[in-house]
Design a protein around this ligand. Structure first.
Ligand code: XMP
Length: 219
């Protein structure tokens, strides 16, 4: 049985932001140790669900890079790995128009599929990707996200496996970016609002307003 994702956002004692990132990251939401512990737990939950059946993991580029690498090294069931590249474009952040920059190569028909993403926000990405995958007739699809911004949901979509539910902050690190930066941070942190309120940095993303980034997937 799939464990229900937690909906209560736990209060986490904030760790100090490393000196190098203090001007850009407001606070640390999850430290590398907290992430490592939760990723191990997620792997155990996933193994219990799939019971040694061969899995096809479909991971969305680019934000899942660190999460996926850590997750799969804790999975001892047989698996094959593929990636889909998804970008959202349009005016501002809410257009919901998805462009596939890399298509799936593996055949998922009749297979058990685990779709992995970094963060579930409005749910538009997962909703559309799930529809695309379902059309390929897999045996079943489960979804796994590191972060779940529950309060921003627009589409009726839930992940089967959730690392951490989070409040409505724009987060970076551990694979997540702002204008392709910060993916290399080993922790998940809240981006300082000054990073997207100043015209200079906001202009890095063409066509985006100088306001809090909402949903943008870049692949
Ligand atoms: P949706 O709204 O479609 O969003 O559920 C999914 C994608 O949007 C990106 N996203 C973020 N990226 N910090 C980020 O670095 C965030 O707080 C954030 N919220 C959404 C991300 O690519 C995700 O897969």
């Amino acid at each position: 049985m799939t464990p229900k994702p937690a909906t209560v956002i736990p209060r986490v004692r904030s760790r100090p932001v490393p000196a190098r990132w203090q001007g850009e990251v407001e606070h640390v939401l999850f430290s590398d140790r907290q992430i490592a512990r939760r990723v191990r737990e997620l792997a155990t939950e996933i193994e219990a669900e799939f019971q040694d059946r061969e899995l096809v993991i479909v991971s969305l580029l680019n934000g899942t890079v660190m999460f996926l690498a850590d997750l799969i090294r804790h999975l001892s069931l047989p698996l094959r790995l593929d990636f889909m590249g998804v970008s959202s474009y349009g005016a501002g952040t809410e257009s919901g128009e998805l462009v596939y920059t890399k298509e799936l190569r593996l055949d998922v028909r009749g297979r058990d599929v685990l779709l992995v993403d970094d963060i579930l926000d409005t749910g538009r990405t997962l909703h559309k990707v799930l529809a695309k995958l379902r059309a390929l007739k897999p045996r079943r699809i489960k979804t796994c996200v590191l972060l779940d911004k529950v309060a921003r949901r627009v589409e009726k979509v839930q992940a089967d496996f959730v690392g951490f539910p989070i409040p409505d902050h724009f987060v970076v690190g551990y694979g997540l970016d702002y204008a392709e930066r910060y993916r290399n941070l080993p922790f998940v942190g809240v981006l300082h609002p000054r990073m997207y309120q100043t015209g200079a940095d906001a202009a890095v993303i063409a066509g985006r307003p100088a306001k809090k980034p909402g949903t943008r997937k870049s692949a």
